[in-house]
Design a protein around this ligand. Structure first.
Ligand SMILES: Cc1cc2nc3c(=O)[nH]c(=O)nc-3n(C[C@H](O)[C@H](O)[C@H](O)COP(=O)(O)OP(=O)(O)OC[C@H]3O[C@@H](n4cnc5c(N)ncnc54)[C@H](O)[C@@H]3O)c2cc1C
Length: 340
């Protein structure tokens, strides 16, 4: 039976409360009302929004059995991005502690039209949308895009353009054969309507004086591009070292744009590495991005770190950077989990 009642959620011990409307997830309701919680992929895969229920029951929704095994469900754990309350809830929560977080932006929905699609190289494509009106976001955040032709199927994509370029928003998408969204990207025509909702994500650029280390693989370049462009526009004087891992030379994309940003962001150093150079004549670093980090970075302790791309890459890079001394709380993730 679908829920028809509004339920109250109390976060303990900090005492914050909010209401969840019928059909809403606990996290969706929290974000709508500006209540700060940890979260990541919004699709029940990444576990960032795993919280302990102290009282009450939920429908666990689409939580994956890998991220929330049956034993954990019995103990009372839930993934709040897909849990809907069956009664009033009390949830154990500690406040997200990062004094450099910016005020939370409440996600909103926008209509948009496809303004253009461009093949960048390999499996990587750029999608340009024109929104009906600007959507406030921070450089490094993502939105959900409605899969064309569906009622309520959404996919997460990081915005690759800076906030200042509104109402245009750009994305770098990896084309996945058979993917409901990206599988049709090469056939998207200008003028195709597309729903956009967001912004989401807490891995946006923090202010500060410390040098910045950016690590991305493949389409993980998207939020980094937004961060770099925003930093250039705002006259950021920090050092930005950008390690980019590409599978093949054709996927070292947007190098000319990064070069152009570098002319306005003097602290930028771009370090691309290619895993499979073949006989392309590629003269840069070869192997995985972690190999390039191992070769060029001796001490990670001074840095704020932004990691974007597929989850195994993010996990191995974070392990390596921890071994190289990165300080606690200084790694900000954007793990590109698949929606299904
Ligand atoms: C916070 C966040 C930000 C993201 N930002 C971006 C971004 O900027 N650019 C981008 O390209 N992607 C990004 N992603 C990943 C993207 O949302 C997923 O890859 C999504 O599933 C693609 O949807 P689809 O409809 O094309 O494929 P689906 O229909 O969802 O999947 C089709 C098949 O492909 C598999 N699959 C899905 N994604 C991948 C993948 N990345 N690699 C290998 N197999 C996969 C699925 O498991 C499934 O079997 C992001 C994900 C998250 C959580």
């Amino acid at each position: 039976m679908p829920e028809t009642d509004v339920h109250q959620v109390q976060l303990s011990p900090d005492g914050r409360t909010f209401a969840v409307q019928p059909g809403e997830t606990v996290l969706g309701a929290a974000l709508r009302q500006g209540v700060r919680l940890n979260y990541g992929c919004l699709h029940g895969n990444c576990s960032s929004c795993k919280y302990l229920l102290l009282d009450g029951d939920v429908d666990f929704g689409i939580a994956s059995p890998y991220s929330l095994p049956p034993g954990e469900r019995e103990e009372g754990w839930a993934l709040l991005c897909c849990a809907t309350p069956l009664c009033d809830l009390e949830i154990q929560s500690s406040l997200v502690q990062d004094p450099r977080m910016l005020p939370d932006l409440v996600p909103e929905e926008r209509s948009s039209e496809v303004a253009g699609v461009e093949h960048l190289g390999g499996d990587l494509w750029r999608l340009r949308l024109e929104l009906d009106r600007p959507l406030e976001f921070y450089a490094g955040q993502y939105v959900q895009l409605g899969v064309p032709g569906t009622e309520d199927d959404w996919r997460a994509y990081s915005i690759s353009s800076p906030p200042s370029r509104q109402p245009v928003a750009e994305f770098v998408a990896k084309r996945i054969e058979g993917g409901r969204f990206s599988g049709q990207i090469d056939r998207l025509e200008a003028g195709t309507p597309m729903r956009v909702r967001g912004p989401y994500g807490i891995g946006y650029l923090r202010a500060g004086d410390d040098p910045v280390l950016l690590v991305a693989g493949g389409s993980g370049i998207a939020p980094i591009l937004s961060i770099l462009e925003h930093a250039a526009e705002s006259g950021d004087r920090r050092e930005f070292r950008f390690f980019f891992g590409a599978r093949i030379p054709e996927e070292v994309v947007l190098a000319a744009e990064i070069d152009a940003i570098g002319r306005r962001l003097p602290g930028l150093e771009f370090l691309p590495a290619v895993e499979h150079p073949g006989d392309s004549g590629w003269e840069g670093d070869t192997g995985r991005v972690t190999k390039a980090i191992q070769r060029h970075l001796h001490d990670a302790s001074p840095y704020d770190v932004y990691l974007c791309g597929n989850p195994p890459m993010c996990d191995s890079a974070s392990l390596l950077l921890e071994a190289k001394g990165v300080r606690e709380g200084r790694i900000f993730f954007d793990r590109f989990f698949a929606a299904v």
